[in-house]
Ligand binder design. Structure first.
Ligand code: PAF
Length: 326
């Protein structure tokens, strides 16, 4: 099936009118473009959930707390359309694939501004260091859900806190949509796929490999505690994450923004040991050198979610042992 590309709300409505009239399910994959395999995995997952998939490509100005970050964000609509056209021509294609790439004026007719708040789930972790970021995410997702009116919306689990913010928004705003969180897709060296990886220089790329290894160390601690039937101490998890990200005695240009053990539902840091069967979100954010700027990377694993732990450990094992220069 050829791609259908829409650039404004009227064209999107026209494209979706037959599906809406027939009651055909629609899945939404919101993106900011610079699509990589992680996004394409979200589109494939969406195609399993609904015959009509809408991929939005929109670099949302209200979620960038730093103007330079918005300017530097990679944009490649032609490349995105080519990647989606290849998917649309392949065996995993949905019956219809609509790419909606609106202008800022179309999404924000009154000018870009925040009209939704992230609430408590957006306070800690990334929320603590990126003021206003999740308010911008909640605002744009609210608008995209209102424009597309999908039955299901698919987000990447790498952005764990974002998914929590979206779930809260959906409940608060009363959107009739199911939120699906799809597993993180990793590169051969274990680094989580991200559009920001395009911005890494060689040093940043090498240091980024510490992130999945640090998370794997946290998994090892959680599994050892579970095997003993012992409570998991969040302080031990944090220490393991930090030791993996910034090994003591080894100077490097990796800055730890946070290395947290948190409640996965409330996304609030834990301050007391939790019982062995209680899931714990191990989440990190770092900055590493990039081409002309520092690049912020995030990643996570839910300790106690065995499938999530297994996926991470398999990727780290496949990446092989750390190089002497890591
Ligand atoms: O995850 C992203 O790419 C963005 O935060 C999203 C959900 C598309 C909103 O702009």
């Amino acid at each position: 099936m050829p791609l259908e590309v829409t650039r404004d709300t009227a064209a999107l409505d026209a494209a979706l009118a037959p599906a809406r009239a027939a009651g055909t399910s629609v899945a939404l994959v919101p993106t900011m473009g610079a699509l990589h395999d992680g996004h394409l995995a979200l589109v494939r997952r969406a195609a399993e959930l609904a015959p009509v998939v809408v991929v939005t490509v929109f670099v949302n100005p209200t979620q960038f707390d730093v103007a330079a970050d918005l300017d530097a964000y990679p944009r490649d609509l032609d490349g995105d359309l080519a990647a989606l056209a290849a998917l649309a021509a392949g065996p995993d294609a949905p019956a219809r694939l609509v790419v909606h790439a609106p202008t800022v004026a179309d999404v924000y007719p009154d000018g870009p501004g925040v009209t939704r708040r992230a609430g408590d789930v957006g306070t800690h972790l990334c929320g603590a260091t990126r003021p206003g970021h999740f308010d911008g995410v909640a605002t744009v997702v609210d608008r995209l859900l209102a424009l597309v009116r999908p039955d299901v919306a698919v987000f990447g689990r790498k952005d764990f806190q974002q998914v929590a913010v979206v779930r809260r928004l959906v409940a608060e705003a009363g959107h009739a949509v199911r939120v699906e969180a799809a597993p993180t897709v990793r590169e051969p060296d274990g680094v989580a796929r991200s559009s920001r990886n395009l911005l890494l220089d060689a040093d940043g790329r090498r240091l980024a490999r510490r992130v999945p290894r640090a998370l794997a160390a946290a998994v090892a601690i959680a599994r050892a505690a579970r095997d003993r039937g012992a409570a998991l101490d969040p302080g031990t998890v944090r220490a393991a994450l930090r030791a993996g990200l910034a090994p003591p005695g080894r100077a490097s240009d990796l800055e730890v923004v946070y290395a947290e053990a948190a409640d996965p539902d409330a996304v609030v840091p834990l301050d007391a040991p939790v019982a062995p069967d209680v899931p714990v979100l191990a989440a990190v954010a770092v900055t590493v050198p990039g081409r002309g700027l520092r690049v912020r990377l995030i990643d996570n694993v839910v300790l106690g979610d065995v499938a999530d732990e297994d996926r991470l450990l398999a990727a780290v094992a496949a990446a092989g042992p750390a190089g002497a220069d890591e």
